[in-house]
Design a protein around this ligand. Structure first.
Ligand SMILES: Cc1cc2nc3c(=O)[nH]c(=O)nc-3n(C[C@H](O)[C@H](O)[C@H](O)COP(=O)(O)O)c2cc1C
Length: 212
């Protein structure tokens, strides 16, 4: 296994990233890179790792789908009573990571996380396919279940009781990460990768080059 891992050595190097070729606004820079990744037809281009931590500082991470982003932040949807939901309740900070290997690019985003306004959560919930809505309403995400069959049974019972017309459950909705740090990473030759970090201070983004 170790030999297999050691054999994996991919040389990066197509593109360049410097303070002079990025936008001074990290949201615009994100949009430029996201659009470029979309144009490359990268599968699950909106999949990102979200890291949270519990009250002891112990981290946990998982993949989620980015569902919206704008100057206000980066939005995703989940169960508020899941592991991540419980961690965010006591420690409302998180970190996102996007990795697009086809473009040799990584983006890290850190900041405070708050629940999305309920009208926005409603708007997203009601446009989901009915099957996904029912799954969200029925699954006690992150809790122990006996087996898959028990969830299927709950789904069948839910359908009989509620049909297609039911409200978004209070325990399911969106979050928004409000960034105070971005890092754009471009793979380069000999691991001398380019890294540009943005941090916010007095309502202004400050850019720094970081060592690879
Ligand atoms: C590609 C992919 C996309 C996912 N998207 C979501 C999502 O948008 N929302 C969500 O709650 N879980 C999503 N999941 C499942 C999560 O990774 C995770 O299993 C779940 O949210 C429970 O995490 P937790 O126990 O840490 O709270 C996705 C998983 C994968 C692999």
């Amino acid at each position: 296994m170790k030999d297999d891992l050691n054999r994996i050595r991919h040389e990066y190097g197509n593109k360049e990233l410097s303070k002079s070729n990025v936008s001074p606004d990290p949201f615009i820079q994100f949009q430029i890179w996201f659009k470029a990744a979309l144009n490359e037809n990268i599968p699950d281009v909106n999949a990102m790792t979200l890291a949270t931590a519990n009250s002891n500082g112990r981290p946990s991470a998982r993949i989620l789908l980015l569902k919206d982003f704008n100057e206000d932040g980066f939005c995703f949807f989940t169960n508020y009573e899941s592991k991540k939901g419980n961690e965010l309740l006591i420690n409302p900070y998180g970190a996102l990571v996007f990795f697009w290997p086809e473009m040799e690019r990584q983006i890290r985003i850190e900041g405070k996380i708050a629940k999305l306004e309920s009208d926005l959560s409603d708007a997203y919930f009601y446009q989901r396919p009915i099957g996904s809505r029912i799954a969200a309403a029925v699954s006690p995400q992150s809790q122990e279940i006996t087996d898959r069959k028990s969830i299927i049974k709950k789904i069948d019972q839910f359908k009989v009781k509620n049909g297609d017309e039911f409200k978004r459950p209070d325990f399911w909705g969106g979050y928004r990460l409000i960034p105070d740090l971005f890092e754009f990473w471009q793979g380069r030759e000999n691991r001398l990768n380019d890294r540009i970090e943005y941090t916010i201070g007095q309502n202004q983004w400050k850019l720094r080059c970081l060592a690879p």
